[in-house]
Design a protein around this ligand. Sequence first.
Ligand SMILES: [Zn+2]
Length: 440
Amino acid sequence: MSTSLELQHTVGKTASLSGTSLHTGEKVSLRLHPAPVDHGIKFKRKDLPDEPTIDARIDNLKMVERATTIGEGSIRVHTVEHVLAALSAMDVDNAVVEMDANEPPIGDGSAQPYVDLIKKAGVIAQEEARKFFDVREPMHVESKTGALLVLLPCETFRVSCTQAGPNNRFAQFLSMEITPATFEREIAPARTFVYYEDVRPLMEKNLIKGGSLENAIVVRGEAVLSKEPLRFADEFVRHKILDIVGDLALAGRRIRGHVVAVKPGHAANAELARALAREQTRRSAMSGSHAIPIGDAGLDTGEVMKILPHRFPFLMVDRVIGFEGEYKITAVKCVTINEPFFQGHFPGHPVMPGVMQVEAMAQVASLLLFKLTKTTSRIGYFMSADGVKFRKPVFPGDTMFIHAELTRSRGERMAKTKCYCVVNDAVVSEGELMFTFLDK
Ligand SMILES: [Zn+2]
């Protein structure tokens, strides 16, 4: 394992690329810009009013059919996986991908044009350590379509992939460590391939106006149709690895682990990225549970009560353990039998009501928003809760760690947070909470 501290990287200067978009067939130009540390990869729609940006993260995943689509609100960016694969594999942690359309140029259907673009822009080190996801125990996802992805502990990022077409035609296997050098040489040139029976209906509906043998290999029966000969005898499995690297980049951290993939696709890749992000959040929520600091690192009860108007029995935060940057907070609540709600919920069988857990999430998220806006003149109102799940019961005596992360904010008007409650290393509840800000 590399013991030296690895730094985050961005591109050295702006570089641009233009081409055709796959779905609309229109001309699109893409500009890759440097970005500060901890920025991540964001797509910017230069063609829309206010030029909105979309974070390339799994929370923003919208569609996984044929290509990976991310979005926020009604704004979409399609087919992000090849550019993300190139950025991630070529060591770029932070960048803005600005486009004047809703998808990047398809190029030749490979990641080669993006690798060339990144090399043109240059890659430079920044002054902050890179964040990794270290696989500690095996994880896996499986889909109904037969895709299986297993993630195993490994000191480097490795992908072993088995690809097989209909009736197991074109079965191919390849295993390799992904580094900038191996990616550029072995993976980036591998082009998209499609089965004729899959694309015919799309061609008939005119949904892939920019699609042609210039930017994809078409497999029809045993025949392989493409503009130029295959670049590798096993080009298909190489492209599958390319897509895995791109989709897993949505997890938001560099992976130290070995991905073993059987018949992977965007849906399964994205599901693994989601599992990684969830596990990372759980870990962040747990870290620091051994020592509960006060002072600068966190907020004690008195400080919490200076910010939150809530009082017993409605104050659901004992102490803030810490903040991670501007966007993450972890707090703790010791759940005791003295909580008034246990008397009625339920007599003889005390279980913490789920709504009280959501209330705890909302209070912790408010503390984060307070730190972010640094103002007491405006107050955040809890507007909505989405995707709330109660996974395990919370009992008297449990110590509940409440974790909130800002996932989106629109100026001073709106903020969205992803929240988790964790007891004994397990997520007991989660939800996405939205707030609006109003003058007091
Ligand atoms: Zn692809």
